[in-house]
Design a binder for this molecule. Structure first.
Ligand code: ATP
Length: 239
């Protein structure tokens, strides 16, 4: 088909002073896809996500999201356009309650009935958060805080959700739970780009994957093909 991609990144370069963190990458995400971006520490994955949401400015290249050039927009312009980052370390508001954190995700919306509907949907996805809606978010466990971060992002009705290391610092059983939730969110039709240190889990969850090394995308393929690729297995899958 000829449907244009939801996100299209061309020849993107990003530098911090003299450090070239991203050296000319291309990537595309279509509506409904769950795409994994894997690679070693320092490969440039986080920088890529930050650039997509205007937190870091590109040195060169183009970014098109939902048919518009977004490469020069300010960071605060992205949430209302439906491009939302759940950052590494989650970025929740520890002194607000769970419910207040979720409401913050909808701060720019004024469709009250729809907000209430989305809140109910988030509580369906995360029954645990419903039980704790009046609790201060800073007192929750790491896994629960990750749920708040994802739930808050969903409250903005994202067209594309960017997840940076959702499993960071969580016990394996909680990581499984978070990935179960990511699959449920994907099944609801939310398009996602996922950075994940656990490459095996990421590729088992995603439709497609990109492998990033030292600022360059070295391989792009279907997730199944990456899982079966001997070079990927030995470098990233511990096989
Ligand atoms: P990780 O998953 O460990 O965060 P990553 O693949 O996301 O790794 P980045 O965090 O994007 O990698 O870092 C890419 C490169 O840019 C690294 O060499 C890093 O040291 C450098 N870098 C990242 N942030 C900054 C910054 N604010 N100032 C200077 N250099 C930076």
């Amino acid at each position: 088909t000829t449907t244009s991609p939801l996100l299209s990144v061309k020849d993107l370069k990003v530098a911090y002073g003299g450090i070239h963190a991203v050296k000319g990458i291309n990537l595309e995400i279509k509506q409904g896809e769950l795409v994994a971006l894997i690679g070693a520490n320092g490969a440039g994955k986080t920088t890529t996500l930050k650039t997509l949401v205007g937190m870091v400015k590109p040195a060169a290249g183009s970014i098109s999201f939902d048919g518009q050039d977004t490469s020069r927009l300010a960071a605060h312009d992205f949430v209302s356009r439906g491009l939302v980052l759940v950052p590494e370390g989650r970025g929740i508001f520890p002194r607000l309650t769970v419910e207040e954190n979720l409401q913050m995700g909808a701060y720019y919306r004024n469709d009250k009935a729809d907000i209430a509907h989305d809140m109910a949907r988030v509580y369906d996805l995360f029954p645990r958060l419903k039980e704790r809606m009046k609790q201060l978010a800073g007192t929750l466990s790491g896994g629960e805080q990750q749920m708040v971060a994802i739930g808050r992002a969903l409250m903005s009705r994202p067209k594309l959700l960017l997840l940076d290391e959702p499993s960071m610092g969580l016990a394996p059983i909680i990581v499984q739970k978070i990935f179960e939730i990511i699959r449920m969110v994907a099944a609801e039709g939310v398009t996602m780009l996922l950075i994940e240190q656990n490459a095996k889990l990421a590729l088992e969850t995603a439709n497609r994957g990109y492998v990033m090394e030292s600022g360059v995308i070295t391989v792009a393929d279907d997730a199944k093909a990456l899982l079966a690729n001997p070079a990927i297995q030995s470098a990233y899958l511990g096989e």
